[in-house]
Design a protein around this ligand. Structure first.
Ligand SMILES: [Fe+2]
Length: 166
């Protein structure tokens, strides 16, 4: 059984399409947030996720687009984020925005006998923090999950902590 885990697509349809084609097929798909802002194809990405991701949670950029709250991104990314968000609002339909608005900040589910916990920035459902690898051990300690899946940092990685994979 194969789970495809995706995160921080940021409206990059060519990349999402390439990953989808490269993977070919999967049994379960989990999305760790941030479908929108930055890239030019929010409609394609949001609708693909709606059709394909059984488990999807809300990222800080999804939250900002759907609720008009601040995304809390900083530095040179901030003006780019604000500009593309305003543009994305003109491209996405009301149903697309509602889809993003109704995504949970945390998803808990069982798959193939294992317990999964999915968040964007933190396992507790935080949308904005950037978790350093040093803090990971404390962050996942005590969680009733075999796998903890997060996005947000744009850094791919995998680790093991007390029998828990992340
Ligand atoms: Fe994010």
């Amino acid at each position: 059984m194969k789970m495809l885990v995706l995160s921080d697509i940021h409206a990059n349809w060519p990349a999402l399409d390439a990953v989808s084609r490269a993977e070919g097929s999967w049994d379960e798909l989990t999305f760790c947030g941030d479908a929108v802002d930055y890239g030019p194809h929010p409609v394609e990405c949001v609708r693909w996720l709606q059709a394909n991701a059984r488990h999807a949670i809300r990222g800080n950029h999804d939250n900002a687009l759907a609720t008009s709250q601040d995304c809390h991104c900083m530095g040179p990314y901030r003006p780019y984020s604000l500009a593309t968000r305003a543009w994305h609002r003109t491209l996405l339909g009301a149903d697309d925005v509602e889809y993003l608005r109704h995504l949970f900040a945390v998803d808990l589910f069982e798959w193939c006998g294992a317990h999964f916990r999915v968040g964007h920035a933190t396992p507790a459902g935080g949308l904005f923090e950037y978790v350093s690898p040093d803090a990971w051990e404390d962050l996942v300690a005590g969680l009733a999950a075999d796998f903890v899946l997060l996005g947000h940092t744009h850094v791919q990685g995998c680790g093991r902590s007390g029998g828990r994979r992340s």
